[in-house]
Design a binder for this molecule. Structure first.
Ligand SMILES: N[C@@H](CCC(=O)N[C@@H](CS)C(=O)NCC(=O)O)C(=O)O
Length: 329
């Protein structure tokens, strides 16, 4: 016997209501249903002096805390790797805990086994949003109160670009390119980095359509620029502008197309961008920062309102896909 239409209509209405409640928790929206990313509260991280770090034991150096699936943390990890900061900054890779809805720290550090615990240890209230990336300074001795230096990726990558390390570390933001890098940031942050989330977290069709248009319009601008000058966004040199774009584009086919609906055009419709992504992935140590299985598990497994059955899809193989020749349009 088929289900009466009234029953289906009621179930849909009920589910829609519940879905909105869950989304309010996950991704706040404005009155029109456009996703509104919450602001980070700690944006004043300062670059420590070499002298300050040189008196520290390895364990008492500041720690950069990231999560593998988080694209905002991925930017900081890239700068960490590209500038080889391991002698002056420790790296902690936290794991998503879908049941508790928080980041786990394993093994525990400073007596804390969760990121929220660490934020609290730094004096933040229990209601504080504990996000990655974050830089925490435990202080030179165990008597010091640990400090949360910053938790805004855009700012942290600038700080990490000046973080004391070996003299041969590349400068990813040379002064003559500051304006250009900032102009890319102004375009790419809202329309691409956040744009994929604005597509995925849109509450209605109009909000999705708006985000999707801005996203693909911005990709067209990048494609044209790479065609005009390249091979990097600011010309000859890889800069923070490229670092900011990569974590979003490398997750494209694995997460943002299937889960967030960023599917208006496949990435291979942008041949220069396709080559740019191959070029970036082939830079030393970049592949070590990519964990497609972790991305799939975290996004599909933890974003419950978008994937209530939590089924994690298979493939595609990242390296094989990125290194394939894009088909002709
Ligand atoms: N503004 C932050 C955003 C970071 C962010 O949203 N991180 C997410 C993971 S992708 C997070 O840690 N969320 C945990 C939470 O909201 O409780 C940045 O760019 O650094």
């Amino acid at each position: 016997m088929s289900i009466p239409p009234i029953f289906v209509a009621t179930a849909r209405k009920g589910w829609r209501w519940q879905w909105n409640q869950l989304m309010n928790e996950l991704a706040p929206a404005d009155q029109y249903g456009n996703y509104q990313r919450p602001k980070s509260q700690h944006q004043n991280a300062e670059v420590p002096t070499k002298a300050n770090l040189s008196i520290r034991s390895k364990e008492s150096l500041p720690h950069l805390i990231i999560g593998r699936s988080c694209p905002w943390a991925h930017r900081t990890w890239l700068v960490y790797k590209l500038r080889n900061l391991k002698s002056s900054l420790n790296l902690v890779i936290s794991k998503a805990d879908p049941k508790a809805g928080r980041w786990k720290i394993q093994p525990a550090w400073l007596g804390c086994d969760s990121l929220l615990g660490l934020y609290q240890k730094c004096g933040q209230p229990p209601s504080h949003r504990a996000t990655v990336p974050a830089i925490i300074d435990p202080g030179p001795t165990t008597k010091h109160q640990p400090q949360l230096l910053g938790n805004e990726s855009s700012q942290l990558i600038e700080v990490l670009n000046q973080w004391p390390t070996n003299s041969d570390a590349p400068d990813l933001s040379p002064i003559e390119l500051h304006n250009e890098i900032e102009n890319w940031n102004k375009l790419l942050l809202p329309s691409v980095n956040d744009g994929v989330y604005r597509c995925g977290f849109a509450r209605n069709q109009a909000a999705y359509n708006k985000a999707c248009k801005e996203l693909f319009d911005a990709l067209k601008v990048v494609e044209q620029s790479l065609l005009d000058k390249g091979p990097w966004l600011c010309g000859d040199q890889l800069t923070l502008a490229d670092v900011r774009l990569f974590p979003t584009l490398i997750r494209w086919e694995i997460v943002y197309m299937p889960l967030f609906g960023c599917s208006q055009e496949p990435l291979w419709f942008f041949p220069k961008l396709w080559e740019w992504r191959q070029r970036f992935l082939s830079q030393p140590k970049v592949l070590e920062t990519c964990d497609p299985n972790g991305w799939r598990n975290d996004y599909f497994g933890t974003l419950f309102p978008l994937r209530p059955n939590s089924i994690v899809p298979a493939g595609p193989d990242l390296v094989r896909m990125v290194n394939s020749k894009a088909p002709q349009k």
